[in-house]
Design a protein around this ligand. Structure first.
Ligand code: GCU
Length: 487
């Protein structure tokens, strides 16, 4: 079913793109197809390669069997739980402010010097995998520079290619694709919002004439996020994480992971795709540090769903990112693994998603359980501290599959609880949490602290939360003052 949702997203992106030139009125969001198209021979080959590689990891772990993923069939014995009353069998979270020797962490210095590295090590080893110590150089090339008008704003759009040195294995070519649009008449370097885009979204981002009124596949909600960003005098960049690491297990012997391994399969602690996508986002920031049109100390990162997971991992590992919008990231993102609602570890550990993670992660799908994890995702959020982060999702009614109007699979409450449990770290560092531990009424923005949250009333889409995120981010990101503006 999850593939159905993703396939539907891609289909919608593709079908929306043909009508993108139409400006008004905006069409209603198209309905999702209800049947799987039959897999092509190529897709079948990919599925087989994934199953084979996952089994190889299970063999390395000495695991005979994992528990089945939760099912979206409400009648199945392993049906997904959408009942909050049954969602908390593991109420005890690891304490982010307790060292492994049991001593409390009471100072910022202790957090950074002792506790934070312990949490990073656990995420490296057990969850996302370890980035190789020596990775090839990336050389950025400006492929094209185009003055144009975006909406009514004069801008300059640059297509960029980060070429990865592949002298270690010339069979594997890796390029990081990105496009950067900056206001043409800014008074100085401007803040940037960097989006991690799905492949079809990235294709749409390159199209001209550009889509004016639709965020393809994610429903119609008025002005695009890019227009909203430009209206604040900021720039936007769109990165294609799939350009440097494909989104399946069959691709792990290629892309940056394969290049670093010279085409060999991963070990149990080698990095997974989320960590690789985050690596590329850091390389994108390396480029932004060299571009005089932008202020690389003021870069916000955004991602939705699996790209939301990657955006949160990026923020956790790279302290140069100033602010984040983490949309519907769900399981393996901002949601607590110990909150048993919506997607579960067993789904992430199955053939279609295991590649996001380190091989070691598979053991928590059986025999181990979420209670055995040395960390939980409140600690992933805590790694972002003291920097501001906005976590958003859609409605908890409607699973996002049978009822596409909701986003329950991503589990807004599980993400909210993770933020609440991350707040003590923010407070230790002199910052503010959400200001409440009560789950707020739907569509209530919590944006006065440095941790922020909002659940919108729609489905699996980042669009309705963009204005709230940008309000929140504008407390931290500032365009250079316009010399023409009245004093
Ligand atoms: C599936 C998957 C989620 C993921 C989502 C997406 O639904 O189970 O973990 O976030 O795809 O990326 O769209």
């Amino acid at each position: 079913m999850k593939t159905l949702r993703f396939a539907a997203l891609l289909l919608l992106v593709a079908s929306a793109s043909s009508s993108l030139a139409a400006q008004t009125p905006a069409p209603p969001p198209p309905s999702r197809p209800s049947t799987h198209p039959a897999p092509t021979a190529e897709e079948l080959a990919i599925q087989q390669a994934c199953a084979h590689d996952r089994q190889r990891l299970l063999n390395l772990l000495g695991i005979q069997q994992t528990r089945p993923p939760v099912s979206n069939d409400p009648k199945a014995p392993n049906a997904t739980n959408y009942d909050e009353q049954r969602a908390n069998p593991y109420p005890n979270l690891p304490d982010p402010l307790k060292l492994l020797n049991g001593k409390p962490v009471t100072t910022a210095k202790q957090w950074f010097a002792q506790r934070r590295p312990q949490i990073v090590a656990a995420f490296d080893h057990e969850i996302y995998g370890v980035v190789p110590a020596h990775l090839p150089q990336v050389t950025w090339q400006v492929v094209s520079t185009t003055p144009e008008t975006f909406g009514s704003v004069p801008v300059v759009t640059k297509r960029l290619a980060g070429r990865v040195d592949n002298s270690a294995d010339p069979r594997i070519t890796v390029t990081i694709d990105m496009v950067l649009t900056t206001p043409a008449h800014a008074a100085g370097p401007v803040p940037v919002i960097l989006e991690l885009a799905f492949p079809a979204e990235y294709q749409v981002a390159l199209q001209r004439p550009r889509p004016e009124t639709i965020t393809p596949g994610m429903g119609y909600y008025g002005q695009s996020w890019q227009d909203q960003v430009l209206a604040r005098g900021w720039a936007f960049a769109i990165l294609s994480p799939n350009s440097y690491q494909l989104d399946n297990g069959a691709g792990l012997t290629a892309g940056i992971i394969g290049l670093a391994n010279q085409g060999k399969p991963r070990s149990l602690t080698d990095w997974g795709v989320l960590r690789a996508w985050a690596w590329g986002a850091s390389r994108a920031l390396d480029y932004l540090e060299t571009d005089k049109a932008v202020d690389a100390r003021q870069v916000g990162i955004q991602g939705h769903s699996r790209m939301g997971k990657a955006a949160l991992v990026t923020m956790a590992y790279d302290p140069r990112f100033a602010v984040g919008y983490i949309s519907s990231s769900g399981e393996a993102g901002a949601k607590l693994y110990r909150h048993i609602f919506g997607e579960q570890i067993t789904n992430i550990a199955a053939d279609r998603e295991y590649h996001w993670m380190a091989g070691n992660f598979l053991k928590y799908a059986g025999p181990l359980t979420p209670a055995d994890l040395p960390i939980d995702n409140h600690e992933l959020i805590a790694l972002v501290a003291p920097r501001p982060v906005f976590i958003g999702a859609g409605a908890s009614s409607g699973d996002g599959y049978a009822e596409p109007g909701g986003d329950a699979w991503a589990d807004a409450r599980g993400m909210f609880f993770a933020e609440v449990a991350a707040a003590p770290v923010y407070r230790l560092l002199g910052k503010n949490g959400l200001g409440t531990s009560e789950f707020p009424p739907i569509e209530t923005p919590l944006i006065t602290g440095d941790l922020a949250f909002r659940q919108h009333a729609g489905g699996h889409t980042p669009v309705p939360n963009w204005p709230t995120f940008l309000n929140f981010a504008s407390r931290y990101l500032h365009a250079p003052p316009d010399p023409a503006a009245p004093q």
